[in-house]
Ligand binder design. Structure first.
Ligand code: NDP
Length: 448
């Protein structure tokens, strides 16, 4: 049998790669990881984690405004972006350190450089060092998709948004998905004039229509501008640094920043996949089977680079299942059905299971329960912002097949509700549960 330097060589130390490496090492494998940027990957370094911190920071704008209705006087309130940015980045540094520690505690060798597959079981590092491995795991994630038109190079992506020197007075955000809506909320709360530009007429495709409409309505109320069914013609940089944005069928507008939030593409460039014949799909996604194995027997891939479900907890599960399968003598796959998700917009949306439309198409006979209410805190604050909960049930069995919420803390409530949906509980099970009063979550067991 051939002798290799490592049992496993992981390319990419993001959520999926770190979990896989740690678990494989725990199973006794000799593991190395290469990371060209920062240990932690998109989620920790420039995604979910710092984004959520900005969401918290942004929400103070409303809390401080509402505080007066609760009897508080807040004098001289002001917002210092640089302070928040630097505190967030400080915590990102801390988390990066913890991820590094996790790897070293498990005796995983970390190469802080780029790696390329240069032959069968062979990896060449940017430094020129060549190593061999019995298994290779590609966990290189994805990067923001950039639109292509004259002047597109002047636009930033979420990567840069975390490091801005100042909050833009005016910003155009391209896209209508997760990142566009989350950052529209963040910048709007920080006082930016936000204009969201979407090529179609739908936000957050895949989420239940009633919730998407509610988010649009609330976002408009908060002052976010939307332009639907339009595309970019050009961006022209002015002498003073401002950007002149031209959209089809719209008046040109002068803004401080343009941000692309138009999806993410798998990171496969320069990995040497073609050298060993790893199959990729149309958008570059590495093709894998249920065990995350590629068409090359010893090469696996997990996370966003496979473009199955671009969510951190899914990448983590895929990485863990891979390590258990290959090194833990416990072959297992990841169930990609019924995955709960959330959009950290203002207010957030959270969902699990089928939308009303999907359920109607798939099951035909369904029952829809709904609760449309103004949370107590909003009532007292005089904030005319209503929440909406929807529960979709299979009429034949009473089984809950989907729950959808737009409400403050929707994601927190959804995590618990998703367990019930995943477990196949019925509306009657929810009805049999006593409410916790007064909460927003009690609406879940009181829906009519
Ligand atoms: P999304 O897929 O959510 O949204 C992409 C948006 O860009 C859609 O509105 C899409 O329009 C539009 N778009 C795509 N291509 C083009 C194009 N060529 N020209 C114009 N518009 C285009 O992607 P995001 O970038 O917002 O986020 C990437 C992924 O990261 C998400 O899908 C999600 O999986 C993950 N993510 C998860 C978060 C969370 O869990 N809270 C937060 C942030 C990201 P259309 O609808 O017409 O296709």
């Amino acid at each position: 049998m051939a002798d290799y330097d490592f049992d496993l060589f992981t390319i990419g130390a993001g959520s999926g790669g770190v979990r896989a490496s740690r678990i494989a090492a725990g199973h006794g494998a000799k593991v190395a990881v290469a990371e060209e940027y920062r240990v932690g990957g998109t989620c920790v370094i420039r995604g979910c984690v710092p984004k959520k911190m900005l969401v918290y920071g942004a929400h103070f704008a409303e809390d401080l405004e509402d505080a007066t209705r609760f009897g508080w006087t807040v004098e001289g309130k002001s917002f210092d972006w640089v302070k928040l940015r630097d505190v967030v980045q400080g915590d990102v540094d801390r988390l990066e350190g913890l991820y590094g520690e996790t790897l070293s505690n498990h005796d995983v060798t970390v190469f802080n450089e780029r790696a390329e597959i240069t032959g069968d079981h062979e990896i060449t590092l940017a430094s020129g060092k060549v190593v061999t491995a019995k298994y290779i795991l590609v966990a290189t994630g994805a990067r923001p998709h950039r639109l292509d038109f004259p002047g597109a190079e002047h636009a930033i992506t979420s990567n840069e948004a975390f490091h801005l020197d100042e909050v833009p007075k005016k910003i155009v955000i391209a896209g209508g998905g997760y990142i566009a809506n989350e950052f529209a909320g963040i910048f709007n709360e920080f006082g930016s004039k936000v204009c969201l530009v979407n090529r179609g007429d739908q936000l957050l495709r895949g989420y239940d229509e009633a919730l998407r409409d509610r988010l649009l309505q609330i976002s408009l109320m908060k002052g976010i501008e939307f332009k639907f069914n339009t595309t970019f013609e050009s961006i022209e940089k002015q002498d003073d640094g401002k950007l002149l944005v031209k959209l089809t069928g719209e008046d040109p507008q002068l803004v401080d920043q343009v941000m692309f939030a138009t999806g993410r593409v798998p990171n496969i460039d320069g990995l040497g996949l073609e050298t060993v014949g790893v199959e990729t799909g149309e958008n570059g996604a590495i093709q894998v089977d249920a065990y995350s194995k590629t068409n090359v027997d010893y090469i696996y891939a997990v996370g966003d680079v496979t473009d199955r479900v671009q969510l951190t907890p899914v990448a983590i599960r895929e990485g863990h299942a891979f390590a258990d399968t290959v090194f833990g003598d416990n072959p297992r796959t990841v169930d990609h059905s019924c995955i709960p998700s959330a959009v950290f917009s203002h207010p957030p949306i959270a969902a699990v299971g089928m939308t009303e439309g999907e359920a109607r198409n798939k099951l035909g006979n369904i029952k829809v329960y709904q609760s449309d209410f103004r949370p107590m805190k909003n009532v007292l604050a005089g904030r005319n912002e209503r929440s909406l909960f929807k529960m979709i049930c299979d009429a034949a069995t009473d089984r809950i097949v989907g729950i959808h919420m737009i409400a403050p803390e929707a994601a927190e409530m959804m995590q618990a509700a998703a367990i019930a949906v995943k477990a196949g509980l019925t509306k009657a099970d929810f009805d049999a549960t006593t409410a916790i009063h007064p909460t927003m979550a009690e609406e879940l067991v009181l829906m009519k």
